[in-house]
Design a protein around this ligand. Structure first.
Ligand SMILES: Nc1ncnc2c1ncn2[C@@H]1O[C@H](COP(=O)(O)OP(=O)(O)OP(=O)(O)O)[C@@H](O)[C@H]1O
Ligand SMILES: [Mg+2]
Length: 314
């Protein structure tokens, strides 16, 4: 185990940000930490990285018992913060020289690492520009580069792709995969389940300060394999239709978002035909799929809610 925590508790006033959190990250893997806003992801990262102290519990960082004062441990740790934390008035290159220097990289080695890291995040052509002139995606890439310039063994990324264009997003995801091929271990935090599903070797799902499930994608999905998920798009959506779906025998949850409904039924309910019939009584159906559960379904089944607020329906 390169990093992890055991029964970690952290309170802020009367908010229990971490409620007996336990998980482990093994060398060479990408552990995806998935959870909605306020789940406690950043607090996990801050306590793991030793930026704040846990109230209780045990933390392992880089194979050792974590010690907030052990600077040597931090030399092998890279941290990509949720907010972009680069210097606006320094050029991309100067930012990298600064952060590399902080971690004790010097001379030719520093020059070489600055060059390599800029190449790695695709910013070589912008080395002499200040980040104030960058797009959001480029700023995020520079933010990642600053955490990589000292070649950390263990990299923690806190929602590195929030609010960026799809091109920068896929660039970042590809880079992350390349990093692990070069031997870096990664803790990757996101509330985009598609990202976590695409890159993580194992997944930890958090909600309200608690780990509610963990395992490989297959393991998580097989936990809810007995449930059926039907997605249906109708021409004439209404709240009343959601209620009609809810009334079908065996239906557990119905999510309604615009013209789309997601209907989760219990084991062996075989509700495809019933759902279709109910929908057709109220208008035409433009699409219907009964598909393999995704991480989103795992989350929905475990918590009764969607992962991201903006997707939540009535
Ligand atoms: N410094 C703090 N002081 C008070 N409350 C805090 C502090 N940091 C976090 N919290 C609270 O702890 C809980 C967990 O917050 P945290 O930032 O860890 O969530 P998160 O999963 O990172 O969310 P997001 O996806 O929005 O970044 C929230 O209720 C938050 O309001
Ligand atoms: Mg956060």
């Amino acid at each position: 185990m390169i990093a992890g925590m055991q029964n970690v508790v952290k309170r802020f006033g009367n908010v229990q940000a971490l409620d007996h959190v336990s998980f482990a990250i093994h060398e060479g893997e990408i552990l995806g930490l998935l959870g909605p806003n306020g789940a406690g992801k950043t607090t996990v990262i801050r306590t793991l990285a030793g930026l704040i102290k846990a109230d209780s519990g045990e933390i392992t960082l880089l194979g050792k018992k974590q010690d907030v004062n052990n600077i040597r441990l931090k030399q092998h740790l890279g941290l990509v913060t949720q907010e972009v934390t680069v210097f606006e008035e320094l050029t991309a290159e100067e930012n990298l020289r600064y952060f590399g220097g902080l971690y004790g990289v010097k001379g030719d080695k520093l020059r070489q690492r600055v060059k390599e890291t800029l190449e790695f995040v695709g910013l070589s052509e912008h080395a002499k520009k200040v980040p104030g002139k960058f797009s959001g995606g480029m700023q995020r890439r520079l933010n990642i580069a600053c955490a990589l310039v000292h070649s950390p063994k263990f990299l923690i990324m806190d929602e590195p792709t929030v609010g960026i264009d799809p091109q920068s997003r896929s660039y970042i995801l590809e880079s992350v995969k390349r990093l692990t091929m070069e031997g870096t271990t990664l803790l990757y935090t996101s509330n985009y389940m598609e990202e976590v599903q695409a890159i993580a070797s194992r997944i930890v799902i958090m909600d309200q300060g608690k780990v509610i499930a963990s395992g490989t994608l297959d393991e998580l999905v097989s936990r809810i394999q007995h449930e059926e998920t039907i997605r249906i798009t109708v021409s004439n959506p209404s709240v009343a239709l959601a209620e009609r779906f809810r009334a079908i025998q065996g239906v557990k949850t119905v999510m309604h978002n615009g013209a789309d409904y997601t209907i989760v039924s219990g084991a062996g309910s075989d509700n495809l035909n019933r759902v279709l019939m109910v929908a057709q009584q109220r208008g035409s159906v433009s699409n219907i799929v009964a598909d393999k559960p995704t991480l989103e379904d795992v989350f929905l089944t475990l918590t009764g809610k969607k992962l991201r607020d903006e997707e939540a329906g009535v």
